[in-house]
Design a protein around this ligand. Sequence first.
Ligand code: NAD
Length: 444
Amino acid sequence: MKICMVGTGYVGLVSGTCFAEMGHDVTCVDVNAAKIEGLKKGVIPIYEPGLEELVKRNAAENRISFTTNLAEAVKDSLFVFIAVGTPPGEDGSADLQYVLGVAREVGRLMTGYKVIVNKSTVPVGTAELVSAAVREELARRNLGNLEFDVVSNPEFLKEGDAIADFLRPDRIVVGVENPRTAELMKELYGAFVRNGHPIHMMDVKSSELTKYAANAMLATRISFMNELSQLCDKVGADIEEVRKGIGSDSRIGMPFLYAGLGYGGSCFPKDVQALQRTMKKYELGGHILNAVEAVNKEQRNYFIERILKRHNGNLKGKQVGIWGLSFKPKTDDMREAPSVDIINALTRAGATCVAHCPEGTENAKPMLPEANVKFVDDIYAAAEGADLIVLVTEWSQFRNPNWEKLGGLVRTKELWDGRNQYTPARRRAEGWEYHCIGRGKATV
Ligand SMILES: NC(=O)c1ccc[n+]([C@@H]2O[C@H](COP(=O)([O-])OP(=O)(O)OC[C@H]3O[C@@H](n4cnc5c(N)ncnc54)[C@H](O)[C@@H]3O)[C@@H](O)[C@H]2O)c1
């Protein structure tokens, strides 16, 4: 089936590539000409494991192509996917200017029946706005009778595992208003659910809300564990033990139950905020979401304040080794990354930071104070001469360093583990002053 994928970011590029992998004929469109030129030459603009190989293979086999020419891509396609950004507006609500801009463009360009699929994360009611925008443009062209359908098809992929998530999804959610479009969507996704996982067909509004509900639920689990971790520190309990104790309950489960530095990235912070705005619009309290967001902000500060307190608020002349910059492992995405707040706070207190991240460095550079941060190529270079080391992002490369070698490189064996990656008793036995999250009295 012929697909036009508008927006070639984390979601559009992965979705388009995976549709091509399943044999569909995909044209990816972006307004960013440099990105498109790069993609034509096989330069992948983001780091996502496995993506480069898949893009190159499908491009070589002519199932995926890249263009800035929306007109041609729309003309040739039955499906037009909208996968552009929905960043937070000033009041936290989702800024729909890019989504509606694409809708208007499609209305200006289409000449036959289209299924317009909204893959961007958008508030309840956006499909109606997309329909209205398309209809308005068609009316302007005296093509008011031209048929189209607007479908909601939120995306649940995780950066870092995006290919597997897209090719073998737990479920696919589709919001449709008529059976004809439902059949087309089933055909489009048929190859992705051979494993028996469901395609949930539902009304459009429920589908739009499902995406926010999913992200808000996951963010809630994280904030819940973070809030508990602070209590663990106070009472001398170990959050890791509590996690195992509750996570093995089949009603609760282990995923997204880790205490750490709070959630970041391009989705949870903005989607929690956008759902809060929707609640407010309908005069609902949104109490849980308010608390989830407040705890998330507090958790970063809690960690930062502990470091500062340990040094009497003064890090002048101190060198800090930073392990990990991207908001989570296996991505180069720096949006809402805790590393930015942490590094800013430490440098404000007088520190210089020497940072290593396997993939996040290039995106991090413009976001960090140039004079006080140096970027290096490996974990040991970040530790050389350090007065303290801060593990910010739990890339697997940081899990089992050579502790003996590290001990010989640092100036002081002080380690701040923002992700509870190490065994406290072992680090302490090796002479490290070891700090972590919610494991105040941990002995294991
Ligand atoms: N990143 C994720 O993990 C993830 C997961 C699920 C859902 N989402 C949602 O998917 C949407 C896209 O997110 P993303 O992370 O891929 O964004 P992104 O910022 O990485 O990519 C958006 C792309 O759209 C392009 N664009 C903007 N306006 C355009 C236009 N008029 N025509 C063509 N291209 C245009 C931009 O140049 C950019 O390349 C958002 O709503 C996001 O919330 C993201």
